[in-house]
Design a binder for this molecule. Structure first.
Ligand SMILES: *Cc1c(COP(=O)(O)O)cnc(C)c1O
Length: 354
């Protein structure tokens, strides 16, 4: 019997991740520290006094308001879901079913995976050899008639994953002006670690959407929360596709507590930036490895052999992520910036006696 499943799903690979146990875990770009214990206590106490038998907000309204106030956005333009990865598929459903998804390669795997699963036609524009984004090529890939949409979705991570590079905001502005009829999605999962963000651009253009997450700088990857900052008109349509009552009471309360104590994030980001520079500087002394300049909480490193580098680090208890199966990233591994001790262990394991 053949499974009653669409060929696009049958022919799609599994999500490219297999968990590995290691004492020093620098493979998923998580925060180097857990959500602070005193904040966990506040959240748990608050949860104890709230009714669990009632449905929560239809679309996480009170959490959306708190996020909007924190990020300087409108609550009606803020759409919260259980992780920003959920939004990647929803935005394709919103604008690109039977249409196109345009992105760059190498890239975060999910844009292309979801495009294929949902049967959109996928265009991946290669980055230049120095990992910079070739905006002329992205614009050229959109094709001639740019008037009446919907044509589809364009996905640009900024800072870029997994290279850590940052495209110039005026280049993004150029793209936004060149793509009426498309939804331009700027994935800002790592914006805390970069010198600027794309909110002004998104305010100027109704067809620009930003994706953000509590999984990285906020140290809440286990909570599963992400959100879109969009124009009110796009957000209103997007909400129709978000499962009703999808964000749980637990998620909502924990995130509210985090937002009320956001100072811990600023401190951690400052530490990460210092440590990122220390690692990048130390790596300059490596005989064969070369780290790309990064604006995120990770470094992409080109080595002569990613499999050998990964195994040698793991033998000393340090887990990093291989990236060498991605377009143009032969020999590359990605290491998350961890605690000072973890980073020193990584540098020692790389033969750099830190
Ligand atoms: C980690 C990450 C996400 C986020 O995911 P969540 O589903 O919110 O945990 C989105 N985009 C990129 C590029 C990422 O690296």
């Amino acid at each position: 019997m053949t499974l009653p499943v669409r060929p696009a799903v049958l022919n799609s690979p599994d999500y490219p991740f297999s968990p590995v146990d290691a004492p020093i875990k620098l493979d998923q770009n998580e925060s180097f520290a857990d959500f602070p214990d005193r904040l966990k206590a506040i959240a748990l106490e608050r949860l104890r006094h709230l009714p669990w038998h009632r449905y929560t907000d239809l679309h996480a309204e009170s959490l959306s308001e708190a996020i909007a106030a924190h990020d300087g956005w409108s609550a009606s333009g803020t759409v919260v879901t259980t992780g920003s990865n959920v939004l990647i598929a929803l935005l394709i459903q919103l604008c690109a079913l039977g249409g196109r998804v345009v992105t760059v390669t190498p890239n975060f795997a999910l844009y292309a995976l979801d495009a294929r699963l949902l049967g959109a036609s996928l265009t991946e524009v290669p980055l230049r050899d120095d990992a910079s984004l070739d905006m002329d090529a992205v614009i050229a890939s959109l094709g001639a008639s740019q008037s009446d949409g919907p044509h589809g979705v364009i996905y640009i991570p900024r800072p870029h994953a997994p290279t850590g590079s940052l495209c110039a905001l005026d280049e993004l502005e150029r793209l936004a002006q060149a793509c009426p009829g498309w939804l331009l999605v700027v994935d800002e999962a790592y914006h805390h670690f970069a010198p600027d963000d794309a909110r002004e651009l998104a305010r100027r253009h109704d067809h620009v959407v930003l994706l953000r997450t509590l999984s990285k700088a906020w140290g809440l990857a286990g909570l599963r929360l992400g959100y879109a900052l969009a124009s009110d008109s796009v957000a209103r349509q997007l909400r129709k596709l978000v499962p009703p009552f999808g964000v749980s009471l637990m998620q909502s309360v924990c995130a509210q507590v985090a937002l009320e104590h956001a100072g811990y994030v600023r401190e951690r980001v400052a530490t990460t930036l210092q440590e990122r520079e220390r690692m990048a500087t130390a790596l300059q002394a490596h005989p064969t490895w070369r780290a790309l300049p990064s604006h995120a909480n990770f470094l992409l490193i080109r080595t002569p052999d990613a499999s050998a580098a990964h195994a040698a680090l793991l033998a000393q208890g340090v887990l990093v992520r291989r990236q060498d199966s991605l377009h143009g990233l032969q020999g590359c591994i990605r290491v998350t910036v961890g605690t000072a001790d973890e980073n020193s262990a990584f540098l020692r394991a790389a033969g750099l006696g830190a």
